[in-house]
Design a protein around this ligand. Structure first.
Ligand SMILES: O=C(O)CCC(=O)C(=O)O
Length: 261
């Protein structure tokens, strides 16, 4: 299977040195409109599978195995991608005073949430409307993927969502244990290192599972709409049991499904 967009050696080098890569126009206007129409309609319960909705919702499956999105993941992973999880990240607008907008996700490394063996975790974050710092757009810390997993504590910032969950973990040999996960906030992160990106509608950021990223609250009167897919290399083992049944992308999707009506 061949991806439509072929990365240049410079783009691969950029990804390797910064830990992320912005790729313009991975989705067409027709695809964006179809996805947003789909999300605006009530859906049958059978399509709602939380982080694994790509296994039940044809539109989510289409995006996560898309020839540009999974196609670029295949090039960056140097192997077949497995879909781990999918998320529609819709942040509500703020009022005219800039209050009440959807909160952000504390800056973190995805490997804290989704450890794998060997660690090949990566993600694609696609802007479904124009995103920028004012509407709670995507942020990264260039080069942050080169160190170890950073020390964290549970988020303490008002701007960011807070949660805590216990997860069942299982290794390749069937050994099981429970692990607490919470809204990880990197300790002692210098604000000056954070790059606040402007990603136009239809463009995407690909980043490694070690790259520090996240977002802040939406202070604009526009929503901030994004779709994220997390992938692993086909030979990696995901430790978190709730998303352990990953979906191997053996063919890229090319036929846009009809939105639910
Ligand atoms: O959209 C955001 O605010 C952050 C998304 C994120 O953390 C992710 O896709 O891993």
């Amino acid at each position: 299977m061949t991806a439509t967009i072929t990365l240049t050696p410079e783009q691969r080098q950029d990804y390797a040195s910064k830990g992320y890569l912005i790729v313009p126009n991975v989705l067409t206007e027709k695809e964006l409109l179809a996805f947003l129409k789909h999300e605006s309609q009530p859906k049958p319960e059978s399509m709602k599978k939380g982080l694994r909705s790509h296994t039940a919702d044809p539109m989510w499956n289409y995006l996560s195995s898309h020839h540009n999105i999974a196609g670029i993941a295949q090039q960056l992973l140097n192997g077949q991608p497995r879909i781990v999880q999918t998320m529609y990240l819709a942040k509500q607008p703020a009022d005219a005073a800039g209050e009440g907008g959807g909160r952000g996700i504390a800056l973190h490394q995805d490997t804290h949430y989704l450890p794998s063996d060997p660690n090949t975790l990566m993600a694609c974050w696609i802007a479904l409307n124009d995103t920028s710092p004012d509407n709670g757009g995507f942020c990264t810390v260039p080069g942050s993927h080169k160190g170890d997993l950073r020390k964290t504590h549970k988020n303490t910032e008002e701007d960011h969502l807070s949660w805590e969950n216990e997860h069942l973990m299982r290794d390749r040999h069937g050994r099981e244990w429970k692990q607490m996960m919470y809204s990880f906030q990197i300790e002692n992160l210098n604000d000056d290192c954070i790059e606040h990106l402007t990603i136009p509608r239809g463009s995407a950021v690909f980043f490694t599972g070690m790259t520090i990223h996240g977002s802040f609250a939406n202070r604009s009167t526009r929503p901030r709409l994004a779709f994220a897919v997390h992938y692993l290399h086909e030979d990696s083992w995901l430790l978190r049991a709730d998303v352990q049944e990953t979906t191997l992308v053996s063919e890229f999707s090319t036929v846009l499904p009809e939105p639910v009506s």
